[in-house]
Design a protein around this ligand. Structure first.
Ligand SMILES: [Mg+2]
Length: 217
């Protein structure tokens, strides 16, 4: 049975794709490199973002990139919206007494502003933000909270999320509400791919939180 859920933030609980794409292009402009259209950005953006910027803006320090990104993101942060079904899914977790975690690269200040608006932090028992490399953090998280990996599900919209789940030996569910598209996520071989959180909620309800049973039927 699933007793713990680890959430990604961007593309899983909120739609911040336009804001992140805009801020990234602003960084590219400051660094004097070509910007990307949205389709190209969705194809090419990956985490950890240090590795992404290493390819596109080599030689620029992470501090400088961060400064540019932050100053532009502040201007577009109010375009960030909660994703459909996210709030219901978080409430469902509460009702089912599922322990909830957030494992996100999001800047703490951006998380504060966004969760002040949507109050999602009230549904997240243990938020971990500013995690630049989730694959490195997940084992520590599992260990610290003494989670049973078989009872733990990681939900995210990017290949890095699925790789993180594999690293932690927990179940993985990819959602198609975010950055990466189905073909990219399929290659990462998550246990499950759903269109959105409502589809996952229906599966969890039907099988009374027993995900493994849902795969064998
Ligand atoms: Mg994400």
């Amino acid at each position: 049975m699933i007793r713990n859920i680890i959430f990604d933030w961007s593309g899983t609980l909120v739609n911040d794709l336009p804001a992140v794409w805009n801020a990234t292009n602003y960084v590219f402009e400051q660094a004097g490199v070509n910007t990307m259209d949205l389709e190209q950005f969705r194809k090419e953006f990956f985490l950890p973002f240090e590795d992404f910027y290493d390819i596109h803006t080599p030689g620029v320090s992470i501090e400088q990139l961060d400064k540019w990104y932050h100053e532009h993101f502040q201007k577009v942060i109010h375009s960030v919206e909660e994703l459909p079904y996210a709030r219901d899914f978080l409430k469902f977790c509460r009702n089912q007494e599922i322990l909830t975690f957030l494992l996100s690269t999001i800047h703490p200040e951006h998380f504060r502003i966004q969760s002040e608006a949507n109050r999602f932090h009230e549904y997240l028992d243990h938020p971990y933000v500013r995690i630049l490399n989730k694959k490195e953090k997940i084992l520590e998280l599992i260990d610290h909270h003494e989670l049973n990996p078989r009872e733990t599900l990681f939900i995210g919209d990017m290949v890095h999320d699925i790789e993180t789940a594999r690293q932690g030996k927990v179940h993985s569910c990819a959602v198609l509400t975010g950055y990466n598209q189905r073909a990219q996520l399929q290659e990462a071989e998550p246990d499950l791919i759903v269109e959105h959180l409502w589809e996952l909620q229906k599966i969890l309800q039907k099988y009374e939180l027993d995900l493994i049973q849902s795969w064998t039927k």
